[in-house]
Design a binder for this molecule. Structure first.
Ligand SMILES: [Zn+2]
Length: 243
C-alpha cells in the first residue's frame, strides 16, 4: 500500500469504538486532513504518545476509504506544558478549534506556522488579551477573511478612521460613520497585527483601553464572518476574564 510521510499538529481528537481515535491534523504538506488511528488508546500502542491532542508529529499515513490511516507516528514536539495550566489549555483548545472551523481543506502551511508560533508563545507568556486577538485576526486574514482597513470604505479617507464594521470587514472615518468603536491607537494596533512580519506578531505594546477595544472587535469580526459560535470560546469566556 502506498504510504506518505507528513508532519502535522493534531488540532482535534475524537474517541471511536473500543480503542481507536480519529484526528484532525494540520499538516505542512496537505493542509487539514482527517486521519484514523487504530488501537491507539491501548496501553500497548507504540504511537499513542505521538497521537495526542496538541502533538506536533511525523506521521506515516495511507489513504483509506473515507480518510487516511496512520501506521506510524513520532512526536517532534509536544505542547505538554499547556496541559498543566487550565487557562492556557482553554486558549489552546479554542485556537485549534477556530483553526479547524475556518480553514478549508488543502491550504498552504502558513496557518500551521501561525498556530505553532502561537502555541509556543502561549507556553511562555500569559498576556492573553494580546495573544487572542492577534491569533484571531491573523488566522482570519490567512483563511481568506482579511478585513479591508487601509482607508474609509465610503470616502477613501486614510485619517480619522474610527469605526470598524465587523459585519462587512471594512472601516469608516469619523465623517462617514456616526458610530465609533475604536480610537487611533486601536486602529494602528489592528494595522500592525494584519501587516507585520510573522515573527513579530506579538511584539507590540498597547494600553488597557486599546486591548479592550481590540478584543471586542476581533471577536465580533470572527463571529460575523464565520457565522458560528464555538463552544470552546464560550467555555473560555465563562471561566476566565480575558481583559
Ligand atoms: Zn469616510
Amino acid at each position: 500500500m502506498k504510504t506518505t510521510t507528513v508532519k502535522g499538529l493534531i488540532i482535534k481528537e475524537t474517541k471511536v469504538g473500543e480503542g481507536n481515535k480519529i484526528f484532525t491534523v494540520l499538516t505542512e504538506e496537505m493542509g487539514k486532513i482527517q486521519v484514523s488511528a487504530a488501537g491507539v488508546r491501548s496501553f500497548k500502542s507504540k504511537i499513542s504518545g505521538a497521537c495526542s491532542l496538541f502533538c506536533y508529529s511525523k506521521f506515516i499515513i495511507s489513504k483509506g476509504k473515507s480518510m487516511y490511516n496512520v501506521s506510524s507516528a513520532d512526536c517532534i514536539y509536544n505542547f505538554f506544558t499547556l496541559r498543566n495550566d487550565f487557562e492556557k489549555l482553554s486558549y489552546a483548545t479554542y485556537f485549534c478549534d477556530l483553526t479547524g472551523s475556518v480553514m478549508v481543506e488543502q491550504q498552504d502551511n502558513s496557518v500551521l506556522k501561525l498556530l505553532l508560533n502561537t502555541l509556543y508563545y502561549l507556553e511562555k507568556h500569559d498576556n492573553y488579551s494580546v495573544i487572542k486577538p492577534v491569533f484571531e485576526l491573523r488566522l482570519m486574514t490567512m483563511c481568506g477573511f482579511a478585513p479591508l482597513i487601509s482607508s474609509c470604505n465610503n470616502c477613501g479617507e486614510k485619517d480619522e478612521i474610527t469605526y470598524f464594521s465587523a459585519d462587512d470587514g471594512v472601516v469608516y472615518c469619523s465623517k462617514c460613520s456616526p458610530r465609533t468603536n475604536m480610537n487611533h491607537d486601536t486602529y494602528n494596533a489592528i494595522f500592525y497585527i494584519l501587516y507585520c512580519d510573522d515573527n513579530k506578531i506579538f511584539s507590540f505594546n498597547a494600553s488597557g483601553e486599546v486591548l479592550s477595544q481590540l478584543n471586542i472587535l476581533s471577536e465580533n469580526y470572527v463571529a460575523a464572518q464565520t457565522g458560528n459560535r464555538l463552544k470552546s470560546l464560550d467555555y473560555l469566556k465563562n471561566n476566565f476574564q480575558i481583559i
